[in-house]
Design a protein around this ligand. Structure first.
Ligand SMILES: *Cc1c(COP(=O)(O)O)cnc(C)c1O
Length: 400
């Protein structure tokens, strides 16, 4: 019987067409070179203002050599999850180095920051418990919160008073359940710093756990690149400190740093740890070398911050809408998706690669260019980028 059936995947092309119409379609661009201040993009050399390799460590000779040596000694892969036979001495050394960096007793590694958030949140709270989450938290926090099955309360961005009110109201009705407040410490799309002191205070009053995501703070802010908690003098006061090895540390992977008990609990309960193959040796060795480099070369973190300030100040002088950056992320607000894309395209024509960030990554009407700087950008490169921004905008006087 020859029945003509509707293509069951037709919805995919329909969805893509709808994204096209709304200027929201995304495509993956491939580079032909490493994550350095200049990259090869489709045969062209362009200035990269789009990498989270904030300190330039992804190509640091010591980091690269460590990865090569580890591949020779330990192999390319680990062959199983940590709890089976995938754990190597290297993983333990890396966990100890992370704990030392963060000023905690211990740390637990995950294969990515995404998995660290999913693993930790789904292990720490469950049905009947509550999560209080900043509205601009990273997607991996949102997904971890959903996976946990706890009730999720979203508070207004960086509004610790709103968080406190939601927490107290819930606590009054649920005196015995677990509560967890979670926030990026440096926000990934706005680049600002969370009100950590106030969150600590609220959590103390309501008996809630506090978890922070230091993905964009680790390596960049705080003495010795220790992150936002150290920057604010709050080491030891935040029980759950998550971070990544994928950004300033130039490698890949995620971690949760905290007490020995917390880490042992997560090794026993976080499914993203238990059922995931251990981090490859070259990746772990690169991250370990990177932690040593940031201790040896503290000027790198400072340099990344200086370059962010240089870029932000230069753009502000040309009338672009932005605030002073807290770390290495410089968001330039535009508003509508098509105007943002248009500006990004003109910049790329001028040889500057800076991504347009659109909904759903950011709320509707807040599309922006998200520039990030690296310690390895020269002053000339930053100044050139500022000129190109001004030029790109002057070509279309009506637009941002
Ligand atoms: C990038 C990022 C993550 C995910 O880390 P990966 O190591 O890339 O998986 C988590 N949280 C925040 C805030 C991030 O920016």
């Amino acid at each position: 019987m020859a029945t003509v059936r509707h293509d069951p995947l037709a919805f995919c092309s329909e969805a893509l067409a709808a994204l096209d119409r709304a200027s929201l379609r995304r495509t993956v661009r491939s580079l032909d070179s490493a994550q350095e201040p200049q990259v090869l993009l489709e045969g062209r050399r362009v200035l990269l203002l789009a990498s989270n390799n904030y300190l330039g460590l992804a190509t640091h000779p010591k980091v690269v050599e460590a990865a090569i040596d580890a591949a020779r000694t330990w192999g390319a892969g680990t062959g199983s999850a940590r709890l089976i036979t995938g754990a190597m001495r290297l993983h333990e050394e890396l966990e100890a180095a992370i704990a030392e960096l963060k000023g905690t007793e211990d740390a637990i590694l995950f294969s990515s920051g995404y998995l660290a958030n999913i693993g930790a949140l789904s292990a720490l709270v469950g049905d009947g418990d509550a999560i209080f989450s900043d509205e601009l938290n990273h997607a991996s926090i949102i997904d971890g919160a959903r996976l946990s099955r706890a009730k999720v309360f979203v508070y207004r961005h960086a509004d610790s008073g709103h968080c406190d009110a939601l927490l107290k109201a819930w606590r009054a009705r649920n005196p015995r359940r677990r509560a967890l407040v979670v926030s990026d410490s440096i926000f990934s799309m706005d680049g600002d710093l969370a009100p950590l002191e106030d969150l600590i205070e609220s959590c103390g009053q309501s008996g809630a756990m506090l978890m922070i995501d230091e993905a964009h703070a680790t390596g960049v802010i705080g003495p010795g690149g220790r992150g936002a908690a150290a920057h604010l003098g709050l080491v030891g006061q935040i029980p759950i400190v998550m971070g990544t090895l994928s950004k300033a540390l130039g490698s890949a992977g995620g971690f949760v740093a905290g007490s020995r008990t917390l880490c042992a609990f997560l090794r026993n309960t976080a499914r993203a740890f238990i059922f995931d193959t251990a981090m490859p040796p070259p990746t772990a060795a690169a991250a370990l070398a990177a932690i040593r480099v940031i201790a040896e070369e503290p000027a790198r973190a400072e340099r990344a911050r200086t370059q962010a300030t240089r870029l932000a100040s230069g753009l502000a002088m040309h009338g672009f809408d932005l605030s002073q950056p807290a770390a290495a992320i410089v968001p330039i607000m535009v508003g509508e998706s098509d105007a943002t894309l248009d500006l990004a395209r003109r910049l790329l024509d001028a040889g500057v690669l800076v991504p347009a960030i659109r909904p759903p990554t950011v709320p509707t009407g807040t599309a922006r260019l998200r520039a990030t700087v690296m310690a390895t950008h020269t002053d000339r490169q930053i100044d050139h980028a500022i000129d190109m921004f001004a030029h790109a905008r002057s070509q279309h006087p009506g637009s941002p």
